[in-house]
Design a protein around this ligand. Structure first.
Ligand SMILES: C[S@@+](CC[C@H](N)C(=O)[O-])C[C@H]1O[C@@H](n2cnc3c(N)ncnc32)[C@H](O)[C@@H]1O
Length: 281
């Protein structure tokens, strides 16, 4: 029997359910879309379109990767974030929806025509700094990361989004961040306690870069390193915005206060979990 889009989608969905994937309906659609080069609209309006042999082979290969728990973002090579799309892969953390809270908080109070420079510590795919530059055309930015491979992806994202002229990439450790008055300093540093990483879902534990996850024994190592660097690099009217993991907001506030900053707000996500710690001079 010929394999139609509808039958292929159903079979893919059932295999992903059996593999324990938590979004089988959506993932099956995206993998089929990729393998058969069709949009969601085509799947809905032309469900009896037949897959070629090559498309069936491509779908099988993609399904096997997803069954092995490779993240859908790695398989497709892209991840939507905010209103943009970022190239991603094994060398960068796939940007997370919770990081959009960081973006939202950073944009509030920054007028559309804001000028100045923003610093993104641990930029990975560049999602944070590039989204800010996209939203505020008068800003320039620096994305710092110790991973050269991550910065290559960030630079490619900047090119693809037409933002390369306004963003610089700096390979180095936190302490290599340039000393000048930034209007916003943002970071989503690694914050998972080392001992907890292997217990995370396989998509994260096995496929995301360890460097992007590992926050040391208690998950707070990066905040301890970053906090003392901030006051020297913040404009007088600037803000520091740090994403934090579950249960870390209090400890991070203490680190920031010890580093001479004043806490202006702790922002909670939709699940009421403290997500972003905001501080000023
Ligand atoms: C949690 S990921 C965040 C990536 C991206 N900013 C995001 O929100 O999607 C943390 C990033 O920090 C970088 N990183 C880890 N340790 C670092 C260090 N000591 N100095 C600079 N960057 C570091 C990692 O390479 C990784 O890209």
């Amino acid at each position: 029997m010929a394999l139609t889009l509808l039958l292929a989608w159903r079979a893919a969905r059932d295999r992903l359910i059996a593999a324990g994937i938590d979004s089988p309906v959506l993932d099956a659609r995206m993998l089929l879309g990729q393998a058969a080069s069709v949009t969601r609209e085509v799947m809905l309006t032309d469900p009896y379109r037949e897959l070629s042999e090559a498309q069936q082979t491509a779908l099988e290969a993609l399904l096997q990767r997803r069954e092995a728990r490779e993240p859908i973002s790695h398989i497709l090579g892209i991840k939507p974030f905010w209103t943009l799309e970022f190239s991603v892969g094994p060398d960068v953390l796939t940007p997370r929806p919770e990081t959009e809270f960081l973006i939202q908080a950073a944009l509030e109070g920054l007028p559309k025509d804001a000028l100045g420079e923003v610093l993104d510590l641990g930029t990975g795919s560049g999602a944070i700094v590039l989204t800010l530059l996209h939203e505020r055309p008068g800003l320039t930015g620096i994305g710092l990361d110790c991973s050269a491979a991550a910065l290559r992806i960030a630079a490619a994202n900047a090119e693809a989004l037409g933002l390369a002229q306004r963003c610089q990439w700096l390979q180095g450790d936190w302490r290599d961040a340039p000393i000048r008055p930034f209007r916003r300093i943002l970071a989503n540093p690694p914050y998972i306690a080392s001992g907890e990483i292997d217990g995370l879902e396989p998509e994260v534990a096995r496929f995301e870069p360890r460097l992007a996850l590992d926050g040391g024994d208690d998950g707070l190592e990066a905040y301890r390193a970053i906090a003392p660097l901030l006051a020297q690099r913040l404009a007088d009217d600037g803000l520091v915005l740090l994403e934090v993991g579950a249960g870390q907001a209090q400890a991070v506030q203490v680190l920031l206060v010890e580093a001479g900053l004043e806490i202006s707000e702790v922002r909670r996500d939709l699940g009421a979990q403290a997500r972003v710690v905001i501080a000023k001079k």
